[in-house]
Ligand binder design. Sequence first.
Ligand SMILES: Cc1cc2nc3c(=O)[nH]c(=O)nc-3n(C[C@H](O)[C@H](O)[C@H](O)COP(=O)(O)OP(=O)(O)OC[C@H]3O[C@@H](n4cnc5c(N)ncnc54)[C@H](O)[C@@H]3O)c2cc1C
Length: 85
Amino acid sequence: MQILRTDVAIIGAGTAGLSAYRAAKAEGASALIIEGGAYGTTCARVGCMPSKLLIAAAEAALADPVVAQAVEVLAVAAAAASAAA
Ligand SMILES: Cc1cc2nc3c(=O)[nH]c(=O)nc-3n(C[C@H](O)[C@H](O)[C@H](O)COP(=O)(O)OP(=O)(O)OC[C@H]3O[C@@H](n4cnc5c(N)ncnc54)[C@H](O)[C@@H]3O)c2cc1C
């Protein structure tokens, strides 16, 4: 087993972890990040950024009256199906 020595050990390379890493380095400390999951923050991978893209795409689609009417029909059908269940 390799032993690493550091001033600051940060668990999680998310938004907070990356910010903490930068802050520690700016203070002249040695720092490392321990990440146990997928690379990339929740915000960039599956959170803020992709969700805003989906919302923008949905808003653009709803600007088309034909799409808006189809969505309304689907919503009514889904509500009816839900009430019947
Ligand atoms: C769909 C969605 C939309 C969002 N939209 C917005 C928005 O518009 N605006 C906004 O401000 N926020 C938004 N958020 C919230 C934002 O994504 C989070 O607030 C932010 O990512 C939290 O950052 P964090 O560093 O605390 O956690 P994360 O970015 O989730 O990072 C935590 C990291 O720690 C790792 N980890 C956890 N436990 C361990 C362990 N034991 N050992 C090693 N690694 C570990 C994880 O793998 C992960 O990589 C949204 C979130 C979602 C899901």
